[in-house]
Design a binder for this molecule. Structure first.
Ligand code: RET
Length: 275
């Protein structure tokens, strides 16, 4: 039993969730095309960042697709509301997806910040270990979200410790490497920090939703929160990582990156002054 299976839904509530889950996987498909097609403007040594964005898109696409299918199978119209069938809806699929995406998202950061050698492997291992620990302790806790007995709070708390550790690691990594980035890439790198801070915080918010808003509207709010978190932490994040990779590539004299830089001034007069 999960939070979502506790309630019946009116037409608006049911359809909102259905639409928002569809938006989720549609954005992942769009992101996949974007990341693959913009790869050519990045120097080969940073292209791994685009490949990893594509990996994130594929895994999230399938997870959100399955979740969306589950939503429509788990409830049926009974003449006055959408009520439970014998299929359960579960956010557990999301946690399985995070076990792929969280390590991959963090490794992208190492690639574009130009961390190499022993430092790369050490931070890589810490990211994977702390990321998986955060996810699987949270996964254990979410099984108790309906009665919210002790395990819900204990596992949630343990997961939060790993989360804070990861945030500290990311902050140190970004701000410690800012000086090694070309000037044009420093702004986007700072934005990546704020994006991670805000978008990752939405996930514990969704975990806590049963405790804050125990109703069908709470379920709608939770799925909107998850989708917002997914789009920002995976797609917008990937776009920013790509911007950094292109700036670094251009600064390292990668011809393709220089030619594809749409923000590069064209020279000459603008149409407003020339006419
Ligand atoms: C849990 C359990 C409750 C406490 C905390 C959590 C944090 C989850 C996070 C998930 C991030 C997921 C991402 C996925 C992208 O693909 C596990 C909900 C702190 C931070 C970034």
């Amino acid at each position: 039993m999960n939070f979502e299976n506790e309630f019946g839904y009116n037409v608006i509530q049911y359809t909102l969730v259905s639409h928002v889950l569809t938006l989720g996987y549609a954005v992942m498909a769009a992101g996949l095309v974007y990341f693959l097609l913009t790869m050519s403007g990045i120097a080969p040594r940073y292209r791994l960042a685009s490949v990893l964005s594509a990996v994130v898109m594929i895994s999230a696409f399938f997870e959100l697709w399955v979740l969306s299918q589950r939503w429509s199978e788990a409830f049926a119209w009974n003449g006055s509301a959408f009520v439970n069938t014998d299929t359960l809806f579960s956010n557990g699929y999301r946690y399985m997806n995070w076990s792929i995406d969280v390590p991959v998202l963090l490794i992208q950061l190492l690639v574009v910040l130009g961390v190499t050698g022993r430092r790369f492997h050490r931070t890589w291992a810490l990211f994977v270990a702390a990321g998986l620990a955060m996810i699987y302790t949270g996964y254990a806790g979410q099984f108790y979200e309906v009665d919210r007995s002790l395990p819900f709070w204990i596992w949630g708390l343990v997961s939060t410790v790993f989360f804070l550790f990861l945030l500290a690691l990311v902050a140190r990594l970004i701000f410690g490497n800012l000086g090694r980035l070309p000037r044009a890439a420093r702004g986007p790198a700072r934005s990546v920090w704020w994006l991670i801070l805000v978008s990752w915080m939405l996930y514990p918010g969704a975990y806590l939703m049963p405790a804050m808003w125990e109703s069908a509207d709470g379920v709608v709010a939770r799925q909107i929160t998850y989708t917002l978190a997914d789009i920002t932490s995976k797609v917008i994040y990937g776009v920013l990582i790509g911007v950094i990779a292109r700036k670094v590539s251009a600064a390292e004299n990668c011809q393709a990156a220089i030619e594809e830089d749409v923000a590069q001034p064209r020279g000459g007069l603008t149409s407003a002054t020339s006419s």
